[in-house]
Design a protein around this ligand. Structure first.
Ligand SMILES: Nc1ncnc2c1ncn2[C@@H]1O[C@H](COP(=O)(O)OP(=O)(O)O)[C@@H](O)[C@H]1O
Ligand SMILES: O=c1ccn([C@@H]2O[C@H](COP(=O)(O)O)[C@@H](O)[C@H]2O)c(=O)[nH]1
Length: 619
């Protein structure tokens, strides 16, 4: 260590116990790049954006060796661009101390006198973020290893030379000729031999330096995420955030961007969901297993835990089901529908869970953990069904700190696996995300299953109003049931609506009956107890040459057998396009009715015509 410098760079211990002073490790960023590439400018931009974090900037220049008087006389012959010009031992030890939560005193370098200012030395306190900036900060492997993020600022050499001439003549007391001489003799060779080769160690390369505010934004977001996650993961050891990479941040950026198209949103949300699901599966128990390979050698491996099930919180949780099915073939998936009442109230509307759920590990699915209220309701239900708290893994894409606090405080043994903790997941973002989830789900629904739209609800409401209430026990009960029915329908649980609200639905007019027929058939498969004397239409009446329809029914039966009851395109089955309900429903009714039940249709037709004639006569 330089004795002159070491006298003025000292490391001191804090008096307080370490854990109280620094409950977490600082996030260390290294920023390297050629002279005048914009390293300081980029650092200033990062610091400005991290306004609510404690950030310190350490410059490698502070660690230039102190020059003897003799060397100072020949300073134009001194190579400031060689690694040996720096006291790297001291730099390393200071960074190590800072990282482990100790304050250090660092001198301030003066370029005019080429000296480290001894008095006053700069006291650098341990902070949330430590940025180390300098031409060769990525050169030494020990210093590099202290860094959580390594950045290289990559600016065109002509631009750098022009900036250096301007800066060094204005700020560093040089003339143009000396700048050019130093550049040719030391700066350029130093760049080619040491600085440029260190670029390969960088995690991020920022072209154009401070002009690249997109890169700086991304870096700042990444740091914020890391800082937020450090805290929560330390407080709650059962919270796991999948390793954040720029791929993952990029996908999060896309799914949050209001300009992202629905198709891209679905694609990237699905990719993230898949990562979360895979990660979540890694938290399941396993047993050791030895197997013999085809070459006869013995491999000591593990075998997965098999008694599993998924439970999705309707509706957004359903968007995670496909990823779970893709990872766990034939997995049983239950559903819970929770209705929001006011800000914190939640009402359980519907649940369908595997009968033997208490003996299974449960992967609870909901892409967004916001307030935590729905999650608490769903988890409480699972526990009431006998699932041990420690057997539940809650998987989500984005979790708010608030939601994590609420869930983890109440269920400390439950595990949460998420792809990001979002400190800005406030009500606005939640509603935005919620809207996005709706889009995601509706996109899936368009492809795979019926989507009960507002128009449908209106149609059903209109039909409801035509049903004499006396048929059902008490008007208020009817209203309540109708309300519940609409919530279930809104969730797209059409056949569930038929099963659980059959007494309301079976009294609907022909249109609705026709619409419910495929669901009714599926309902029969699952629950033979459900029957309605009002339904006369049977699939066995379908002509045998209607192969496409038969295949679809088979496909439905297969899916039902796999308990994929939500993923059914009922509309396609009855050849009905979604939307334009009145017209299309009537047409579909007529076409299908005439084809399969001409007797019925003729009678209806005669009755309708007779009624019309009577009305005309009366008028
Ligand atoms: N994007 C930019 N556009 C114009 N001038 C810049 C830009 N970035 C930096 N500079 C100027 O170039 C000089 C060197 O920038 P600085 O950030 O100090 O680079 P470094 O720390 O890499 O030496 C400074 O005078 C600064 O004002
Ligand atoms: O006394 C000195 C010390 C350093 N230099 C030059 O400074 C640059 C590094 O600083 P940047 O801010 O990154 O440009 C380096 O190229 C040295 O040549 C100096 O001229 N005099």
């Amino acid at each position: 260590m330089d004795s002159a410098l070491s006298n003025h760079i000292h490391v001191f211990q804090s008096n307080e116990p370490e854990v109280q002073v620094r409950p977490k490790q600082p996030f260390v960023i290294g920023v390297a790049g050629g002279t005048a590439s914009g390293k300081t400018t980029v650092c200033d931009m990062i610091i400005a954006q991290l306004h609510d974090q404690r950030v310190v900037l350490v410059s490698q220049d502070s660690f230039y060796h102190v020059l003897s008087e003799e060397k100072l006389k020949q300073v134009h012959e001194y190579n400031f661009d060689h690694p040996d010009a720096f006291n790297t031992e001291l730099l390393f030890s200071c960074m190590e101390k800072l990282k482990s939560g100790h304050a250090v005193d660092i001198p301030v370098y003066d370029y005019k006198s080429h000296k480290n200012h001894m008095e006053p030395a700069r006291q650098v306190n341990p902070s949330d973020v430590i940025i180390l900036e300098g031409i060769l900060v990525l050169h030494d492997p020990r210093v590099r290893d202290l860094m959580n993020m390594k950045i290289f600022v990559d600016t065109d050499s002509d631009v750098r030379l022009a900036r250096r001439i301007q800066r060094d003549t204005v700020e560093r007391g040089r003339d143009i000729q000396s700048v050019l001489d130093q550049y040719a003799k030391f700066v350029k060779p130093g760049f080619d031999d040491f600085i440029l080769p260190s670029k390969k160690h960088a995690d991020i390369i920022i072209p154009r330096g401070g002009d690249n505010d997109v890169a700086v934004d991304l870096i700042v977001q990444h740091i914020c995420t890391k800082l937020g996650q450090h805290d929560l993961c330390k407080i709650y050891p059962k919270v796991f955030v999948i390793h954040s990479t720029f791929q993952i941040r990029g996908m999060h950026t896309l799914i949050r961007d209001v300009k992202t198209r629905k198709h891209d949103f679905v694609f990237y949300a699905d990719r993230l969901i898949r990562l979360v699901v895979e990660h979540g599966l890694g938290h399941l128990p396993f047993t050791e297993k030895q197997i013999t390979t085809p070459t006869g050698s013995v491999y000591s491996g593990v075998t997965f835990f098999k008694r599993l099930c998924g439970v999705s919180i309707i509706r957004s949780g359903e968007s995670m089901e496909n990823a779970l099915r893709a990872c766990c073939k034939g997995i049983k998936i239950g559903k819970i529908l929770i209705h929001r009442e006011g800000n914190s109230g939640r009402q359980l509307i519907y649940e369908k869970l595997p009968a033997d759920i208490s003996g299974r590990h449960v992967l609870l699915l909901d892409p967004v953990l916001a307030s935590g209220n729905s999650a608490v309701k769903a988890i409480s239900l699972l526990i009431s069904k006998g699932v041990p708290e420690s057997n539940i893994i809650f998987l989500n894409l984005i979790a708010s700190p608030e939601g994590i606090h609420v869930v983890c405080k109440k269920f400390p043994k439950l595990q949460i696996v998420t792809s990001e903790i979002d400190v800005s997941l406030n009500t606005d973002l939640h509603s935005n995300q919620h809207q996005r989830n709706q889009q995601h789900i509706s996109c899936n629904l368009q492809q795979e299953r019926i989507r009960i739209t507002v128009a449908t609800q209106k149609t059903i409401s209109a039909l409801n109003s035509k049903v004499p209430h006396c048929q059902i026990n008490g008007a208020s009960e009817t209203q309540r049931k109708n309300e519940k029915l609409l919530v279930v329908l809104d969730a797209g649980l059409y056949w569930e609506a038929i099963r659980h609200f059959s007494e309301i639905l079976c009294n609907r007019r022909e249109h609705l009956k026709l619409l419910t027929i495929p669901s009714y058939e599926i309902g029969k498969l699952l629950d033979p107890a459900w029957k309605s004397k009002h339904h006369t239409f049977k699939y066995r009446n379908v002509q045998s040459n209607l192969k496409a329809l038969t295949l679809k029914i088979q496909e439905l039966r297969r899916r039902v057998a796999l308990e994929e009851m939500g993923n059914v395109e009922y509309h396609a089955l009855i050849r009905l396009r979604q939307g334009r309900w009145h017209l299309e429903l009537g047409r579909a009714h007529l076409v299908l009715g005439l084809r399969y039940r001409p007797d019925h249709m003729v009678i209806s037709f005669i009755i309708n015509v007779s009624l019309l004639v009577i009305v005309i006569l009366i008028l």
